[in-house]
Design a protein around this ligand. Structure first.
Ligand SMILES: Cc1cc2nc3c(=O)[nH]c(=O)nc-3n(C[C@H](O)[C@H](O)[C@H](O)COP(=O)(O)O)c2cc1C
Length: 349
């Protein structure tokens, strides 16, 4: 079993005295090992998570864990050295515990449990946010994992404010704590609210006040000013960033006083991402993922939205990640390369 990193003493990592930490949000179908690699290379991200690994009734074979977390082969860290947690999604405490133990045997630093996934298929099969309807089930799931792991390994939970409404938000936080979670991440929306703005940061404050474990605030941060507002309203120093970090990859380092990405750095990032994805999964995959990332930059992250002529280009300009004419130029050139072949990034620059 891998020993915890010296600096990654989980009880201190997110403690109330710790410096503000930034976590890269888990995003299924988006934040894979290649995305984690390039985003953590920019600096400012302290911790990342895998996409959720679905647990039903079986002990998953090792290759599944390596598929979601190739970083297990390199000390459970990205190339930049950022530690990785494995996120599990399921409802059976025993089975969750067994799979968590296997992930930790393979070298995971910690286990995060997903109680936020809004997908109908996942909820129908009693996973993700559906457990929020009955906080006791959140407690049981966390307890099942906590009791299967040594105390040196962190167990955390990621929740929303509720399923249909927010009436149980405090009970949900208390359930995660009583189950033995070391910290809690709150995405400040109910399951029914999906990803519709706004995020209700004040409810995070209410949850934080009802428990003693550290709370990481999450939802709807696109700019450094948004992050500061979320910290102020929620009272949380630690934050998790998802779509905002894809739309503006330097957001994490900017909130530490670092610089915004230049156009050259943006191209570099996209090129590295494309090439890493190409090496790992081939051209079609790399092209699809590159286009997906461009959509996040262009649209402020609506993964299902189509690349459309006018609106995308305009919002891409609005995002302000890049000088507008160059962003538009890249966008137009990429569109002409449809389906994207091996991209000559030098000519796009
Ligand atoms: C495409 C997509 C996939 C996601 N996948 C996961 C996931 O696997 N596990 C999880 O806990 N949350 C998942 N989320 C939720 C995010 O982690 C995060 O809570 C949410 O996007 C709000 O944060 P943001 O406004 O910073 O993006 C996903 C969100 C999106 C948009």
């Amino acid at each position: 079993m891998t020993e915890p990193l010296a600096f990654y003493e989980h009880r201190q990592f997110f403690s109330h005295e710790a410096p503000p930490r930034t976590v890269l949000a888990p995003m299924e179908g988006v934040v894979d090992a290649m995305t984690r690699s390039v985003l953590t290379s920019l600096g400012g991200v302290d911790l990342c998570l895998t996409e959720f690994v679905r647990v039903t009734t079986q002990l998953l074979p090792e290759h599944v864990f390596y598929k979601y977390a190739p970083e297990l082969r390199s000390g459970s860290r990205t190339a930049a050295g950022t530690p990785l947690l494995i996120q599990l999604l399921g409802s059976d405490p025993v089975c969750l515990g067994e799979n968590a133990a296997r992930a930790v045997e393979l070298g995971a630093y910690g286990i995060d449990l997903n109680f936020g996934c809004p997908a109908k298929t996942v909820n129908r099969h009693d996973g993700g946010a559906s457990l929020l309807k009955n906080p006791e089930r959140v407690a049981n799931a966390v307890r099942g994992v906590r009791s299967a792991l040594p105390s040196t390994v962190s167990v955390s939970a990621k929740v929303r404010l509720g399923f249909h409404d927010k009436s149980l938000h405090r009970e949900i936080a208390q359930a995660a704590e009583s189950g033995g979670a070391d910290w809690l991440t709150v995405h400040a929306r109910t399951r029914d609210e999906g990803y519709q703005p706004p995020a209700h940061w004040a409810f995070i404050a209410s949850m934080r006040e009802s428990i003693r474990i550290p709370v990481i605030a999450n939802g709807e941060c696109w700019t450094p000013a948004d992050v500061m507002n979320m910290q102020r309203v929620s009272g949380c120093r630690h934050v998790m960033l998802g779509r905002g970090l894809l739309a503006r990859p330097s957001l994490a380092r900017e909130i530490r006083g670092g610089s915004e990405l230049t156009w050259a750095e943006t191209l570099d990032l996209l090129r590295n991402f494309y090439l890493e994805s190409f090496d790992a999964r081939g051209e079609a995959f790399a092209s699809a993922r590159l286009k997906q990332w461009l959509r996040f930059m262009a649209n402020g992250a609506r993964p299902t939205s189509e690349i459309s002529e006018g609106s995308s280009v305009h919002s891409m300009v609005d995002v302000g990640v890049t000088p507008s004419s160059r962003a538009q130029n890249l966008f137009e050139r990429l569109k002409r390369l449809e389906p994207i072949r091996k991209i000559d990034f030098e000519t796009l620059a």
